[in-house]
Design a protein. Structure first.
Length: 194
């Protein structure tokens, strides 16, 4: 359905909606005409779909019924762009997904408690980027052992044995971005001017 068809369909439903609101409230056309200043015949034609709703007609009706104009015309809800963060526990860590789609690159905020400091390396397909938001994090990749602090980032192939967790000193908050094989993050930077 294109935009003009959707608008026409929405406008076609305004008349029946107006009639339903009026009858539910027990208001007569005569009474409504007196309250709004709109003629009884115009109100009747509007409710029966013989007259197109206009802003000049709908505003006084919305004000009289004390309902938002959007409710009066049945305007579609605008999609909420916010991601509803629903934390979950995974292997003793709090994991908060930051993307909605199950496929493609995934992003999580991970809160690693201080007691998550025993390495348990694993291997799987993909590529991971980590950014330490707060605290200090220990990262093992193969036989290398790193400690990353707040503001530091790393990237690695997850086919290498790897593990990340707490240094044991306290919790760490980490932003993790994970891509399956073939998905790579591309950084666009400008060279430093000297």
């Amino acid at each position: 359905m294109d935009d003009s068809s959707a608008i026409t369909a929405a406008l076609d439903l305004v008349g029946p909606r107006l009639k339903r609101i009026r009858t539910q409230r027990g208001v007569t056309l005569t009474d409504l005409s007196e309250r709004t200043g709109i003629s009884k015949s115009t109100l009747s034609r509007l409710e029966n779909g013989q007259r197109r709703p206009s802003l000049e007609l709908l505003l006084p009706l919305a004000q009289t019924y004390r309902i938002p104009l959007d409710d009066l015309v049945g305007a579609p809800e605008v999609a909420d762009p916010r991601i509803r963060l629903k934390p979950r526990q995974l292997n003793g860590r709090t994991v908060i997904p930051l993307v909605r789609q199950p496929n493609g690159i995934q992003a999580w905020k991970i809160i690693i408690p201080a007691d998550q400091s025993t390495p348990n390396p694993r291997v799987h397909d993909g590529y991971e980027w980590l950014y330490v938001m707060s605290g200090r994090m220990r990262l093992i990749i193969g036989d290398q052992d790193f400690v990353l602090g707040t503001g530091e980032a790393t990237e690695f192939d997850t086919q290498l044995p790897h593990w990340f967790g707490s240094t044991g000193e306290g919790p760490a908050e980490v932003l993790s971005i994970f891509g399956r094989p073939g998905e790579r993050m591309h950084l666009h930077t400008t060279p430093d001017k000297q």
